[in-house]
Design a protein around this ligand. Structure first.
Ligand code: FMN
Length: 272
């Protein structure tokens, strides 16, 4: 019995959401990466929460693998909270389908707006960031109340066009075009992570990578092929030395102000 919240976070937004909810609900908090390689994920909890960021208008790819391993999923009350920077789109509907395909049911899905941590993050002003962060704090109570009441059939979705207009993120549109141009004419490989001359070889990127995908070669990071695009290496680099290629995608180092690097390191995969 009880509540277990599984989370993943690259720059701390989803960690804060998961942490706030778990404190209010007296729930256990478990990093997804610490259990994802187990044969099956067993727990006594009758309520399961999933908290994660949105990547490319979808839940991260590893979510399907994680969900497939949850034992007795059909008997659990499941809620999901995704954090997003621009628009969650139909992400929670995708998650609902995935959960259904493994025999479970997503009862409640809320999208929480948080500062953008990837493409165009540099276009979001400090005061916009602060507003998003404090808006969540005023919503926690209500979200937890709905979970405690085991509310059902509420899955949030949104339409990109309205999000951009409503939240004055119109300045992100040129960044999207630069990104599209880069992908179409130079290929995705042109956006592979690199480090510049500011890199001191401190190894923070290697430590923070939840996939153990970074090695230091001659005191410089070298990425292997297990990247999940969480941007943790870039966002936590103390020297702002990591970039996805050389296109100007207005990415500025960001991490949630309430999260320390030591909190993030708890996410590291336990069973590699
Ligand atoms: C590679 C990548 C893709 C993203 N795609 C989207 C997206 O499609 N829609 C969106 O609203 N936010 C998107 N974001 C922003 C994150 O979902 C958002 O900032 C989230 O709160 C980050 O959570 P975290 O700090 O827990 O990692 C993306 C971020 C990254 C790094």
């Amino acid at each position: 019995m009880g509540t277990e919240i599984y989370y993943f976070s690259g720059s701390g937004n989803s960690l804060v959401v998961a942490r706030d909810v778990s404190t209010k609900l007296n729930a256990t908090l478990t990093p997804i990466m610490s259990v994802i390689n187990q044969e099956s994920i067993e727990n006594e909890a009758n309520i399961i929460g999933m908290v994660f960021p949105i990547y490319d208008f979808r839940p991260p790819e590893f979510m399907a693998r994680f969900i497939s391993k949850i034992k007795n999923i059909q008997s659990k009350y499941i809620f999901a909270l995704c954090t997003y920077g621009i628009t969650p789109g139909q992400s929670l509907k995708h998650l609902e389908k995935t959960i259904k395909s493994f025999g479970g049911h997503l009862s409640l899905g809320y999208a929480v707006e948080m500062p953008q941590n990837g493409l165009g993050s540099g276009k979001i002003t400090k005061s916009q960031q602060e507003k998003m962060i404090s808006k969540w704090k005023t919503r926690v109570e209500e979200v937890c109340d709905h979970i405690q009441k085991k509310k059902t059939e509420e899955i949030e979705t949104s339409i990109l066009f309205f999000n951009i207009l409503q939240t004055q993120k119109i300045r992100l549109i040129p960044v999207f075009f630069i990104f599209l141009y880069q992908v179409m004419f130079k290929g995705l490989d042109s956006l592979a992570f690199t480090s510049d001359e500011e890199c001191t070889g401190c190894g923070t990127c290697q430590q923070i990578c939840s996939q153990n995908n970074i090695e230091l070669v001659n005191h410089k990071p070298s990425w292997s092929d297990r990247c999940i695009n969480c941007f943790a290496c870039l966002n936590w680099c103390p020297n702002k030395a990591i970039h996805p290629g050389d296109a100007d995608l207005s990415i500025k180092n960001y991490h949630h102000p309430e999260v320390k690097i030591s909190d993030m390191l708890k996410e590291k995969k336990i069973n590699t």
